[in-house]
Write a protein of this length. Sequence first.
Length: 271
Amino acid sequence: MSLHGQEMHFSPEELERYSRQILLPQVGAAGQARLRNASVLVIGAGGLGAPLLGQLAGAGIGQLGIVDPDEVSLSNLHRQTLYSVDDIAHPKVAAAEQRLRQINPLVSVSTWQAQASPEQLASLLGPDSPHSWTVVCDGTDNASARVAISDACLRYGVPLVSGSAQGFSGQLIVFHNQAGSPCYRCLYPEVEEAPVTGCAAAGVMGAVTSVMAGFMALEVYRLIIGTSDSTREPATEIMLWEGLDGSIRRFPLTKVPTCRGPHGRVLKSEA
């Protein structure tokens, strides 16, 4: 991303607000400018999305988008840290937008109270969309949404940070969605026939969602700032975090030659 003189200018408020990040040699003024120029779409404003949005707003992501169909309920409050009892029965996207503007009024927020359907995603990510998203984050907890989000990001070439949390454990994957890179269907070929068990049925510790949201935020920053070796093709890994003992395991994920991509088409492997 080219940075012109005007883009590198920071107001006194910005310099004070982001000073602890700018001090980091991996970030600096150039990295903070990239965060300010970035647009991140967060799909799902629940256990993962709510704390993730707070992190992204605090870090100075310039444009945030939020997609969620639900209203705040009392059972959300132990883990969905953007909300309070005053938000119960209000749309999550509206409550989240209000809170994010309190956290950082310098961030622009757009909201859609809608399901993550293929049609909705096409309108947000497709060539006719008024937005150009740098990264998409998936914090949903149902199979159909996860497949639709992965398909849309693959089709339009947008990096996808996908997180999940259940019980005391969490999973994180970054799909780079470049030619020949794997997608969600490569990991779960039969995902549409095997519904994801959400927190409402299986339960989750609130701290687990915050930890996984933190991991997701770090991956968003890495993608935007460019802390990885740009000369190497980005690898796709599954990260599994176990909260009971603090262990982290990583497994590589490669493109499945017969992976069925968007609309059920068989996508040929580039390998």
